[in-house]
Design a protein around this ligand. Structure first.
Ligand code: ADP
Ligand code: MG
Length: 251
């Protein structure tokens, strides 16, 4: 079992403190949902954990299996098994999904190690079968003219190919149509298992009807103010966030 421990994490961008002391441990095999209103620092937290250069960790620690990752660059963190999904849905015209996946897998290998082409394709097709993705998909250019659902499909496939130990999935505020929602939830449900820990950031309670989290955390103003099991997500759906804010303010 692996663990990703976020310990009293403080994150700033520019001179503004955004994440103000988050403590959270994720073990492989667990799905943690982080919910909260817009602008409370959820994406900032995920990007800081992944080592995004725009975000400075000013206090606390991020610890993978007992070892601090703070002195690791983002690519080293990725090689250590941290995967950040859904942040960069950019188009790469002329680069096929298959070649993009190959480059992504190659980039995670150690220096001097070469990808084995036939093994790569065998694994790619296995993952595509698992995720019920049509083989024709591999020849499409990355994100070019993709629907929301197709973008999600390529991100989930990338995650399946990279086999991270911890996936940080950030459902950004752009609307997910029902197709994309299904792709994400089916993909996560296929990939979840004893060797993967998932931090699923969303403000869609709806998503958690499809992906049943083991733990739910509410983030407000840079702090996790409440944690619980999936019933907390249902309560938030019914009551919104204001009661949690009030509880937090009066504590
Ligand atoms: P959430 O994901 O919870 O909606 P974010 O982490 O995206 O929240 O943003 C939290 C706050 O940090 C917002 O006020 C946002 O404007 C600010 N912020 C995030 N990234 C940057 C950045 N790169 N530069 C300046 N401000 C930022
Ligand atoms: Mg966000």
């Amino acid at each position: 079992m692996s663990s990703l421990e976020i310990r009293n994490l403080h994150v700033s961008t520019g001179d503004k403190e955004i994440v103000k002391g988050v403590t959270l441990t994720i073990n492989t095999g667990e799905v943690h949902a982080v919910m909260g209103p817009n602008g409370t620092g959820k994406s900032t937290m995920a990007k800081a954990i992944a080592g995004h250069p725009d975000y400075t960790i000013t206090g606390g620690d991020v610890i993978l299996d007992g070892k601090s990752m703070l002195d690791m660059e983002s690519d080293e963190r990725a090689r250590a098994g941290i995967f950040l999904a859904f942040q960069y849905p950019s188009e790469i015209p002329g680069v096929s999904i298959a070649n993009f996946m190959r480059a992504a897998v190659q980039a995670r290998m150690s220096e001097g190690e070469e990808i084995d082409a036939s093994g790569f394709y065998k694994r790619l097709y296995q993952k595509m079968d698992l995720l019920k993705i049509d083989r024709k998909f591999t020849s499409r250019s990355v994100n070019e003219g993709f629907s929301g659902g197709e973008k999600k499909r390529s991100e989930i496939l990338q995650m399946a190919m990279l086999e991270p130990r911890f996936a940080l999935m950030d459902e950004t505020d752009s609307g997910l149509d029902i197709d994309a929602l299904r792709v994400v939830s089916d993909g996560v449900n296929h990939l979840r298992g004893p060797n993967l820990g998932i931090l699923l950031i969303t403000h869609y309670q709806r998503l958690l009807g499809y992906i049943v989290p083991d733990f739910v955390h509410v983030m407000i103003d840079g702090c996790i103010v409440k944690s619980g099991d999936r019933s907390l997500a249902l309560e938030l759906e019914a009551r919104g966030y204001d009661w949690v804010k009030k509880e937090f303010a009066s504590a």
